[in-house]
Design a protein around this ligand. Structure first.
Ligand SMILES: [Zn+2]
Length: 303
């Protein structure tokens, strides 16, 4: 990572699974932000981004270096377009976002996968400053993964390198269907959607599990065992695969300390790392890492 000059102001948009976050960022500090629920259509969502984004820009005048967008899906960073975007942004693949950004904001435009943005945010401004060989594991509805090697974010031939780390199989004695079409993926045990399925209760979330587990509930113990073993196995596979020294936890579920501690214990117990011991870091503000990573795209930081 090379830090050149980050005295710059940007408009950053995180197209999340259920909410869109827009922020004005300067020098790695969020000056103002707004959030709204994803609209019924992608066109409506983009129209709302344009209105709210321009409002934020006019309230915080000055010159903006660009508009940076994070999307959950496969993003062609070079051609600045979404290749595949699952879930709530149907048709985003067909929209010329470069022209949209020019028309609505008169700004330069960049777009990146959200997990990769979160990694860049933690490397540039967050808990992982100065880390050169690390993998981020983002625990939320799904499991987001991205890695940095020798200080460079490896993007791969199709911009997918590392990003599908949530979809490595962690179990061969089961038949859990995953959102990717595969079976028994890390995400099929650890994603919050999977927890609901395994609990047989659409309202069950990680907060429920944390409370029930602390209270000694038998079902919660079983679920905790399943989730922590999957998380430990998947994270160890990622650490081995990417030759990292550091694992960065992020996402709301990373606040579940007992779960993270158990996964870390399993990683260390089973790791083959003759060079030393894998270290673990946790994002201080998991909600901010994507935004700061987007800002980093315009702040002269080279990964
Ligand atoms: Zn999968």
């Amino acid at each position: 990572m090379v830090l050149k000059n980050n005295r710059v102001r940007t408009l950053c948009v995180d197209l999340g699974g259920s909410r869109v976050k827009i922020a004005v960022v300067e020098d790695g500090r969020v000056l103002a932000s707004e959030m709204f629920a994803v609209c019924a259509t992608t066109a409506e969502t983009l129209a709302t981004v344009a209105v709210k984004g321009r409002e934020l820009m006019s309230r915080h005048g000055g010159s903006f270096a660009g508009l940076a967008v994070a999307a959950a899906g496969i993003v062609d960073e070079a051609n600045r377009r979404v290749v595949i975007c699952n879930g709530k942004y149907a048709g985003l693949e067909d929209i010329d976002l470069v022209s949209w950004a020019q028309r609505e904001f008169a700004l330069d435009f960049r777009i990146v996968n959200d997990a990769r943005a979160a990694l860049m945010g933690e490397l540039a401004y967050g808990c992982a400053k100065g880390e050169a060989d690390a993998v981020i594991v983002i625990l939320g509805t799904g499991v987001g993964v991205s890695s940095v090697s020798g200080g460079h974010i490896v993007r791969g031939r199709h911009f997918v390198h590392g990003l599908l780390g949530g979809h490595i199989p962690v179990n061969f004695d089961d038949d859990r269907r995953c959102t990717c079409g595969g079976r028994n993926c890390l995400e099929a045990y650890v994603g919050s959607w999977a927890l609901k399925e395994m609990a047989g209760d659409p309202t069950y979330d990680y907060r429920s599990l944390e409370q029930d587990y602390a209270a000694g509930d038998a079902r919660a113990k079983t679920l905790f065992g399943t989730v922590s073993r999957a998380l430990g196995a998947g994270t160890l596979a990622l650490a081995h695969m990417f030759d990292v020294e550091t694992v960065i936890w992020s996402g709301g579920v990373s606040r579940f300390t007992a779960l993270i501690d158990e996964a870390q214990r399993l990683v260390l117990e089973n790791a083959w790392t003759p060079w030393g011991k894998i270290r673990f870091l946790k994002a201080a503000d998991p909600e901010a890492s994507v935004t700061l990573g987007l800002h980093a795209l315009y702040s002269g930081i080279e990964f």
